[in-house]
Design a protein around this ligand. Sequence first.
Ligand code: CU
Length: 161
Amino acid sequence: MLKRIALTLILLSTVTGEALAVAKNPIVISQAQARASVGKMPNSAAFLQIENRGKNDDALLSASSTAAERVEIHSMNMEGDVMKMRAVDSLAIKAGEKIAMQSGHGYHLMLMGLKKSLKAGEKIPVTLIFRDAGKIRVTADVVETGAPAKPAYGMHEHHDH
Ligand SMILES: [Cu+2]
């Protein structure tokens, strides 16, 4: 009987713990990836998906990584036939919205001043600060720069900071 009560308590506390974790953090990050750096290029880009499962809008305010001196939130847009990349102060994410960062379009994180070159297969930590959800730490897999990403990547190289 006692054993059963103890087991029930363990189950209850597990369920409660998970429920609390979800309630506490409606922001879910997935598919965090960083691009392997090319040659001695000092910068690289990282991409991840942000899902706001909460009922309130939130915003990504900043990001950082021990792999880079600083991390900027960049947006990329075609202006005429020129791809323009610029740093933004924050990235709003509405309740229920999912933002998939991707190369060449929309948003990405810019890793500025890499402390060492990034090689495919490595992992780097990225810390995200949200206005309401607070600090979220993720691990990004370093992946090879794919062929489709190259045009966008070239823009990074020539981007003046
Ligand atoms: Cu960028």
